[in-house]
Write a protein that binds this ligand. Structure first.
Ligand code: ADP
Ligand code: MG
Length: 482
């Protein structure tokens, strides 16, 4: 037996989501990204004596949104705590966070396994805190630079139970968290830009063992795939070490995306002593049931609920996945299907035609000018039999993007694209098409059936593209086989 198969990985993730509030967690400083360094920095952010922090209401709202979405218990009396530690980019010398009273406890994130089954990863807690500034070591040759614009920006820390069992599961968990915060409009979820960060706690144990092994905590994975890679590397590294008779030490590891390896950043053997104590400058915040209900009413439809709805409407797992991947696509689809009953065709139009148009033009659905209602009209128009699907794709759909105010029916009429389904008229055209190539007819009859395309082409030309291709092909074949 492979040595790796003897072990089981135990993984718990801590995700920091930077909230997209306009101002910071406890100060009115702007959170705007990309402005000159140290411009969004008030005395409150710096923790100067005599200044008082105030909690930002939006942060509480966003925490409640997320808590509701993952079915957490939401705490009524929320106290703040100071977590003290020295960091050059933490000018106050402490971080305002929540210690014993996280705003959300419990709840879960559902991930889909390869075999289609679902697994719930339980959430330990979600609490509110603030970000530190940014130390920059690679611009100046001799000095480290500090930008405190990010200091005090609101974060939610989402801590999972150690229930994740592989890098792949971790990838799915982070993907799901990102999709959720984007649906909820509380964080942009960009790991590459650091607005969502993930620390991976990893340990291994012999299968069947009840006790946890010693864990390491890996930081600095700037993409979801890197979270997976770092975890996979750590699992293997730990198993190899144990097999060599070594003991895992509880270290904080750094992940190097170029080499795909981890290395010790600092030893954690000495238990952290952050000296949490109650934040004296902030009153506890009361989150009433009424307030929670109010927030609940403003929640958008959630991706998992929409996914289930689409499956129940008969869409494939794949289509339901593509449609709910981003909130904007899902809401666009919701609008289409509020106006047409043909859900399957609506899904095809959106996931194939519209999406490839977006891809080809490198635009986002929010910049797509055609309204969902028009797509619904197009779906119904095709179903009415007045135009073929091919005609809709090749002619009507492109025209719809130029003539936004017109319905597909108007466009088709004005351009004379209404399909000839009058079989007599079409049969006449089929005869003409065939009579044009008497020698080819003989060849066809002698067995060269690939010539059908030639007659069909002629037939479509004669009908100026208006013949229903299916009907036309049946007619041509019938005549040739006579
Ligand atoms: P800390 O504050 O030191 O980071 P926490 O108790 O907040 O510690 O735990 C952090 C994360 O570590 C949680 O996601 C938890 O599920 C995970 N975790 C705890 N024990 C283990 C372990 N033995 N192996 C892997 N993950 C673990
Ligand atoms: Mg930790």
């Amino acid at each position: 037996m492979n040595i790796y198969d003897k072990y089981e990985a135990v993984i718990g993730l801590e995700i920091h989501a930077q909230l997209s509030t306009k101002s910071k967690a406890y100060a009115a400083d702007s959170t705007e990204y990309g402005v000159l360094p140290n411009t969004n920095v008030s005395p409150i952010t710096l923790g100067h004596p005599g200044t008082l922090p105030r909690s930002n209401k939006r942060v509480i709202e966003y925490a409640v949104r997320l808590g509701l979405a993952v079915k957490s218990d939401i705490r009524e009396v929320n106290e703040y705590a100071r977590k003290n530690y020295f960091y050059a980019d933490l000018p106050k010398g402490y971080q305002i966070t929540q210690d014993k009273t996280p705003i959300c406890t419990g709840g879960y994130i559902t991930i889909k396994q390869e075999d289609g089954t679902e697994k719930n990863i339980n959430i330990t807690r979600i609490h509110m805190e603030e970000d530190a500034g940014k130390s920059i070591h690679d611009i100046d040759p001799t000095d480290s630079l500090i930008d405190l614009n990010r200091a005090g920006v609101a974060l939610l820390e989402i801590v999972s139970e150690p229930e994740i069992r592989s890098g792949e599961e971790a990838y799915k968990y982070v993907t799901e968290v990102r999709r959720l915060v984007r649906y909820l409009d509380i964080c942009d979820g960009n790991m590459e830009e650091g607005s969502m960060r993930c620390d991976a706690n990893v340990s291994v144990r012999l299968k069947g063992s009840k006790e946890f092994g010693k864990r390491t905590e890996t930081k600095n994975m700037n993409s979801m795939r890197n979270v997976q890679r770092a975890i996979e590397y750590e699992i293997k590294r730990q198993i190899d070490a144990i097999e060599r008779g070594e003991v895992i030490s509880q270290d904080t590891m750094n992940f190097d995306a170029v080499t795909g390896t981890t290395s010790v950043l600092r030893s954690k053997e000495m238990a952290n002593d952050y000296r949490y104590f109650p934040e004296p400058d902030l009153q506890p915040v009361l989150v009433t049931q009424e307030y929670v209900n109010e927030v609940k009413r403003t929640l958008p439809p959630l991706p998992n609920d929409l996914y289930k709805k689409y499956i129940s409407l008969g869409l494939s797992d794949y289509d339901a996945g593509v449609l709910t991947d981003s909130k904007e696509i899902a809401l666009y689809f919701e609008e289409i299907i509020s106006k047409t009953k043909n859900v399957k065709s609506a899904s095809n139009w959106l996931t194939v035609q519209v999406k490839s148009f977006l891809n080809d033009n490198a635009i986002h659905i929010s910049d797509f000018k055609v309204r969902p209602e028009r797509i619904a009209q197009l779906v119904d128009f095709i179903d009415s039999g007045k135009v073929s699907h091919t005609m809709a794709i090749q002619k009507i759909f492109p025209k719809m993007m130029e003539e936004l105010e017109k319905t597909p029916a108007q466009i088709a009429e004005e351009n004379n694209w209404i399909q000839e389904s009058n079989t007599d008229a079409l049969a006449e055209l089929a005869k003409q098409a065939i009579s044009k190539f008497p020698e080819k007819v003989a060849e066809y009859k002698a067995g060269k059936t690939s010539l059908l395309g030639l007659f069909m082409g002629e037939m479509m030309k004669l009908s100026k593209g208006k013949a229903d291709p299916k009907v036309a092909s049946d007619l041509v074949k019938k005549l040739l086989d006579e």
